[in-house]
Design a binder for this molecule. Structure first.
Ligand code: NJP
Length: 229
């Protein structure tokens, strides 16, 4: 309560749902995305619902490092810093490796991997300079970050999410070495009915279901799961 969370990709889908839930719990949430008007609408909804926290919309293109750094600087000036960083923004350009376009791959690297790493570094810096020892960095990964989805056009997306798995492990190791209680968590959702899932799976929901039902991580059988408003 009263602490500051940054939620990237808060305009729609999982990020919007997470931002709303944290505001309901009383947090001050900076929600960023390019479509800032959608976050402004969500902020107004949270206010009318009488939630005890606040949602602060921030327009940021996460594929641009300068914009990310300006956002952290604005958060420092206006809210002292970040206590919880939820790296949720992510995208998929589904194209096979043998014929896909470099532009789509670069965009996935920029947002899914680089923005997550830059936000993590800046959030940690912010926690450290304020002696916040119970901060939390949460990376929204994917089941495709643990096991290749058997669909040729998702290989590059999976590669970026495998990177998220490796980076989360690396962050945990560095945090242990820094002797801090700041934690790093990686959450790997199944299919969640958002615009993302609609774009990538809705054209053939049966195929999507069979792809994901064929995935097993350890003893856990993946299934298409919940709906997010
Ligand atoms: O995605 P979607 P989800 N700069 O498309 C933002 C993972 N996941 O909620 O800029 C700034 O509804 C975009 O904002 P905007 C997935 O990989 C999902 O389903 O306004 N923001 C929007 O707010 C991702 O990491 C499923 O367009 C940028 C948000 O990202 C996370 O869950 C399954 C941006 C995307 O909203 C959220 O996915 C799975 C940029 N350059 C993993 N580019 C699933 N839904 O089934 C994008 O395994 N955003």
């Amino acid at each position: 309560k009263g602490r500051v969370a940054l939620v990237t990709g808060a305009s729609v889908g999982i990020g919007a749902a997470v931002a709303r839930a944290l505001v309901q719990q009383g947090m001050r949430v900076v929600g960023c995305a390019r479509s800032v008007e959608k976050i402004e609408k969500l902020a107004a909804e949270c206010q009318s619902a009488g939630y005890s926290g606040t949602l602060i919309p921030y327009k940021c293109d996460l594929s641009n490092e300068e914009e990310i750094l300006s956002m952290f600087s604005a958060i420092k000036t206006q809210h002292k810093g970040v206590d919880v960083c939820i790296n949720n923004a992510g995208l998929a350009h589904n194209e096979p490796l043998l014929s896909g376009k470099t532009e789509g791959w670069r965009n996935m690297i920029d947002v899914n991997v680089l923005a997550l790493s830059i936000c993590t570094r800046e959030a940690y810096k912010s926690m450290k300079e304020r002696n916040v020892d119970d901060g939390h960095i949460i990376n929204i990964n994917s089941m495709g970050g643990h096991r290749m989805v058997p669909s040729a056009d998702e290989h590059f997306y999976c590669a970026t999410k495998y990177a998220v798995t490796a980076l989360t492990e690396g962050i945990r190791q560095e945090l242990r070495e820094a002797n801090t209680h700041i934690r790093a968590t990686c959450i790997s959702p199944g299919i969640v009915e958002t615009e993302f899932a609609f774009r990538h799976h809705n054209s053939d929901p049966e195929k999507a279901a069979s792809v994901y039902e064929s995935i097993k991580i350890g003893d856990v059988q993946m299934r298409p799961v919940e709906q997010v408003s």
